[in-house]
Ligand binder design. Structure first.
Ligand SMILES: Cc1cc2nc3c(=O)[nH]c(=O)nc-3n(C[C@H](O)[C@H](O)[C@H](O)COP(=O)(O)O)c2cc1C
Length: 179
């Protein structure tokens, strides 16, 4: 039985939903799955898993400090083909900025981390002003002004294409079976 680990960070819970979505797909494919938050990762445990899924939402132009630390300092454990990165943001709602090459924010993040993942899925997440405090609301309205997105305070949208994410995960399962 293939063992997979899903590592995620989250601020408002959306990435946890993504982690659970991926868990369901893996379990349907008879995998043994563990989920853990970036701040709870036991590095020595990583060797137990055939595949690792890393779910990293962007906040103020960065992944969380725990996630960045793991990716930067343990790159030898993640840069191989047995790791898939799921990068969540809002910029990638637009097709013109949905790869590391064409998205300056992502290019900068991975330049700082110091390596480029071979398996990465870049997806837009959630915009829900009702969850944000005053400063976050203003920041997100500014960001949406730049990105030509909604600024109305009753916006509560999930921009994720779940079918596309499902296809990406299924592909990683197929590749894993071929190894
Ligand atoms: C305060 C805040 C800052 C954000 N900063 C960015 C950003 O710099 N670039 C971007 O593309 N998306 C940004 N986002 C969008 C998040 O990546 C998106 O909402 C994601 O779904 C959050 O996932 P989480 O609930 O798991 O933290 C930001 C969201 C919030 C609330």
């Amino acid at each position: 039985m293939i063992r997979s680990l899903i590592i995620y960070s989250t601020h408002y819970g959306f990435s946890k939903k993504v982690a659970e979505f991926i868990e369901t797909i893996l379990e349907k494919n008879h995998q043994k799955v563990d989920i853990c938050k970036a701040e709870e990762v036991e590095i020595h445990d990583l060797f137990k898993y055939q595949h690792k899924y890393i779910i990293a939402p962007i906040r103020y132009g960065k992944y969380s400090s725990n996630m960045t630390h793991i990716l930067k300092h343990f790159s030898h454990l993640f840069s191989l083909k047995d790791t898939s990165i799921i990068s969540i943001d809002l910029a990638s709602r637009k097709r013109e900025v949905n790869t590391i090459e064409n998205n300056p924010q992502l290019a900068m993040i991975w330049k700082r981390i110091g390596w480029i993942p071979s398996s990465i899925f870049i997806m837009p997440g959630e915009l829900n002003y009702s969850k944000y405090n005053w400063i976050e609301t203003k920041m997100m309205q500014l960001l949406m002004c730049i990105m030509k997105g909604p600024r109305s305070l009753d916006t509560n949208e999930i921009y994720t294409d779940w079918d596309k994410l499902n296809t990406f995960i299924e592909k990683t399962i197929l590749i894993e079976k071929q190894v």
